[in-house]
Design a protein around this ligand. Sequence first.
Ligand code: C5P
Length: 215
Amino acid sequence: MARILITSGPTRQYLDPVRYLTNASSGRMGLALTESALAAGHEVVVISGPVEIEYPSAARVVPVVTTDEMLAAARAEFAACDGLVGVAAPCDYKPVKIEDRKIAKTGEPLHLRLIETPDIVATLGHERAEKGTKQWVVGFALETDDRHYRAVTKLQKKSCDLIVLNGPEAMNARTNDVEILDRSGAVVAKLAGRKEDVAKGIFDVIQGRLISATR
Ligand code: C5P
């Protein structure tokens, strides 16, 4: 049995008390991967941004709102886990300043100054590589152009073992169409269909190539 950390869903970065930036993500792929991992007899910790779906009660769920909160929770939990599946869509930008009061309309354009948020998969991927642990990391990439090249570049930059490549059709949809690439850039699996079935296929690859390999 492995202990698996799954980051899932979107994060939010508030501009003022009522408005926020976010990413389009339902958390459904994270939910389906959680179910596959539990069905295979593993322990699952899910760190999730705000979602409408409900995760199975057999998983321990850590709710977060912002990307920094997701990173802090992921760092704390990953120390006691064997691997990470980073399927969340964390918001990549945050405002330099969060206004305490609702920004009032003036009729003029509103200029926002945004800075990048930390990359959770990259942070955990690099940290485990530096420490030389046996932990494994699986990332996701949503690409429209030069899909394989961009996905493998992302895998290397984020120090992942495998990367799951999907297209924008995956967002908020009930189906998905993915390819799984390894560190050499080889396509090790192609999967299409309901997210539940695709998640089961992804999890079988993780089980065969990463979990069994590190036991
Ligand atoms: O946004 P991007 O295409 O770089 O995301 C690819 C992978 O990185 C996904 O697995 C996603 O969960 C992860 N990611 C992250 N933290 C971010 C942005 C992306 O963990 N701030």
